[in-house]
Every structure is written in C-alpha cells, then in structure tokens.
Write a protein that binds this ligand. Structure first.
Ligand code: HEM
Length: 410
C-alpha cells in the first residue's frame, strides 16, 4: 500500500474511530510526499525538529500557490492572520501582549484563581444529571463546560454563549478535509462565520473598553505595554482564535478522556480512589488520544532535508502529532494507556514558539472534570463503543458519548 493512500484513509470518516493502525503504517515513511504536493511527517523526532525549525512557517502567505495542498480557511485575504498563523517577530509581539492578562509574569495567578469557580461549574453540570440514568457526555457536560470557562475568562455574557455554537462549528469545518463538501464552499462558510463572529466581538470589545471588568477582553482593550497596544483588528482576530480554541479542543480532551477511562475500568477506579493521579493521567491522554491530531498549516521557507527526503521551498507540510505520540522509537509500549508514564514529552500541545497558549487552562479543566465524573457517577458504562465521531480529522473526537450510570454521589 502506498503512503499517499494512507493519508487519504486517515482523512476517510470510516477510519475516524481508530486511525492509529494507519499512523503506524504511515511512520514506515517518516516524510511522505502526497499526490497533491503535501508532505506528511509522522515520526516523533522529525515532527519535533520541524516544530523548532525557523525555516518552517505557520503563515499561509508563504505558501507557493503552485505547490498544491487543499485550500485553508486561514487564507482569507480580508483579515490579518491571528498569532497561531504568524511567524516571528510578529507572532512573538502579539503573543507577548495577549499573555499579559493570562499568565506569568504579569498575571501569574489568573488560572490558579479560577480553580474554585471551575470546580463549581463542574459540580453544577453534574448536579444536572440528577434523576437520570443516561446522559450524552458531550451535550450535557464536555461541550458546555469549556464554553462557560472561555466565555467567563474573556468576558462574553453568559446569554450570548449559544450564538457561538454555529459560528464555532462553521469555523472548524474549515479544517475538515474529511467531508464530501466542496472545499471552496467549506472555506467560504468558515470565512463568513469568522466575519460574523468578528463583527459580534467588535461590539463586545468596544463595550469592555468603555466599561472595563475583570476579564481578558477588558484588559486587552485597555492595556498598554512596551509593545504598545493591540490594534482593533488584531484584538478581534485574537478573540476569534481564543474563542474557537476554547470551544473545540477541550471538549474532545474530556470526552476522549472519559471514553478511555471507561475502556480501562481499572484506571477509572484508581482515579476515583486517588485524585492525585489526575495530572499525569491527563498528560497520558494528551499523548494517547490527542484532540489535535495533526497540524496542516505549515509551509517550508527553504529546501530542507528531513529523514533523507528534500522538502522543496513553498511546500505544505502536515505534522501528524497523534502519530508522533505513538512512535515506538520515542515511547515505550506506545499503544498502551499508561497514566503512570514518567517520561511523557508528548506533542499534544505542539512544541516551540506556538506551544499551546491555553495549555494550563485546558489541563486544569480536564483534571477537574475527569476527577469529579469518576467520583460522582455510579457504575458508569459506555452505551456504544465506538461512539459516533465528529467528521473533522484534525480536531478529532466523539460527536456524542452516551453513558449509562446508576446514581450520583453527592
Ligand atoms: C485540550 C485542549 C487543547 C489542545 C489539545 C490544544 C492544542 C494546541 C496545539 C497542538 C497548538 C499548536 C498549534 C501549532 O503549532 O500550529 C495550540 C496552539 C494554541 N492554543 Fe491550544 N489547545 C487546547 C486548548 C486551548 C485553549 C483552551 C485555548 C485558549 C484559552 C488555546 C489557545 C491556543 C492558542 C492561542 C494557540 C496558538 C499559540 C501560538 O501560536 O503561539 N488552546 N493548541
């Protein structure tokens, strides 16, 4: 079987529930050129090397239009890219400014201080299961929880949360190479949703500028640092990025987490007996079932040699994080879910300058959620295994996860 057809199979929805055997085959050719000009990189050390290589760009404007690859929603000529799609020095300037109200050194306590509030949100959502013996973990918990958290953090009014559902879905569908939908239409819809969400945010940010509260949008709209101030349009595209990242990734970590725990009941029991296991368990989940399976937006700025292959300047590169996480040359017994794994430098949050900005928040959300679900749900069971998956092969996770249980611990 050729490596080209392997990537097509990975994108194929029929393989969404278990792409891991395909990744194992893909790793036989660490750098595999596809028919459409994309270079697929699937082994741990090669991915890590490229993530740290300044000759690799995250900015789609560096792509050679003749080099091939499917169209990406970020190629929108009307909006500047958000910092996930910028290179240094622009990337570093914007990331530094957005970090000021979020983490060290200016706001070292921001996430720590949200812990109590996050725990309350988790409890309230689980209290809502009272009187039921079956839930859809996605609809009833794993989606609403991170949405509440990111809205609170940024300063989006609670009553506007439902507005985001449709926008967020359309925007991430822009990354969905797995559907039969016309790729141009998929990108157009994503761009339209981006514009609508941007318009909403422009109004919201203006309100926060006039009447600032204790939230990130207020801080970003009024802050002035050595780097100056974010422009209105930079603030809006950053807002879109944070809202989408907050909506579409942690839901999969929590859902993949519960699915994995229910498939490994001994680990579920250990977590129930010893909540201190949670931090390492979440790291192992990020390795074993990463919510971001691959990064399809990198471009080569020069001809570069990787594992005996020359990737020509201007070529699109796809970095298969989920495959690197299962590379036996890096991880012992990689297909086993081992929460006590010590040497666990997984690629679940990427690496280097674009390392996930929201990682401390996502970790805390998943740790609190899984610990409380394990503690409170009486004898939880999977109703359907495998569950139905979302179509997206990049942001991969179950669309629904039906759980049966008997009673709730207080
Ligand atoms: C389990 C949940 C999450 C996972 C698995 C995840 C994964 C990732 C990955 C793999 C990257 C690297 C992208 C690249 O190199 O191109 C990234 C970047 C990013 N993430 Fe997350 N993420 C998660 C949650 C969040 C949350 C909750 C936020 C917002 C608060 C967030 C905000 C960002 C931002 C802004 C970037 C871009 C960083 C940069 O370019 O410097 N993420 N994330």
């Amino acid at each position: 079987m050729s490596a080209d057809t392997l990537v097509q199979q990975i994108l194929d929805y029929d393989n969404r529930a278990d792409p891991y055997p395909l990744y194992a085959e893909l790793r036989r050719t660490p750098v595999a050129r596809q028919h459409d000009g994309v270079y697929a990189v699937s082994t741990y050390w090669e991915i890590l090397g490229l993530l740290h290589d300044p000759r690799i760009s995250s900015d789609a404007r560096n792509r050679d239009p003749l080099a091939g690859g499917p169209p990406l929603a970020e190629d929108d000529p009307n909006l500047p890219p958000s910092f996930i799609r910028l290179d240094p020095p622009e990337h570093d300037r914007v990331r530094r400014m957005v970090t000021r109200p979020f983490g060290p050194p200016v706001s070292p306590r921001r996430i720590h201080d949200m812990r109590g509030e996050l725990a309350q949100m988790v409890s309230a959502l689980i209290d809502g299961f009272d009187g039921k013996d079956r839930i859809d973990l996605v609809e009833d918990f794993a989606y609403p929880f991170p949405v509440k958290v990111i809205s609170k953090l940024l300063g989006v009014p609670h009553e506007d949360e439902p507005l985001f559902h449709r926008w967020a879905e359309a925007i991430v569908a822009g990354l969905d190479f797995g559907t039969d939908q016309d790729p141009e239409e998929r990108v157009r819809n994503a761009q339209q949703a981006r514009i609508e969400l941007g318009r909403y945010l422009a109004g919201l940010i203006e309100e926060h500028r006039r009447l600032p509260g204790d939230d990130m949008f207020s801080a970003l709209a009024t802050d002035r640092s050595a780097d100056g101030q974010l422009s209105a349009i930079e603030l809006i595209v950053t807002g879109v990025l944070l809202l989408i990242a907050g909506h579409e990734t942690t839901v999969n970590l929590i859902t993949n987490g519960m699915l994995t725990l229910l498939r490994n009941p001994d680990v579920l029991k250990r977590l129930r007996d010893d909540p201190a296991l949670a931090p390492r368990l979440v790291e192992e989940l990020l390795r074993f079932e990463p919510p971001v399976q691959f990064l399809p937006q990198r471009t080569c700025l020069a001809d570069i040699d990787v594992a005996g292959t020359t990737i020509p300047k201007g070529s699109p590169i796809w970095l298969f994080l989920a495959s690197g996480n299962r590379d036996p040359r890096r991880f012992h017994d990689p297909d086993r879910f081992t929460p006590e794994r010590l040497d666990n430098q997984h690629l679940g949050f990427g690496s280097s300058i674009h390392y996930c900005f929201g990682a401390p928040l996502a970790r805390l959300e998943a740790q609190l959620a899984l610990t409380e679900l394990a503690r409170r749900l009486g004898d939880p069971q999977l109703v359907e295994d495998p569950p139905p998956y979302r179509s997206n092969p990049v942001l991969r996770g179950p669309r629904h996860l039906q759980l049966a249980f008997s009673g709730l611990a207080p």
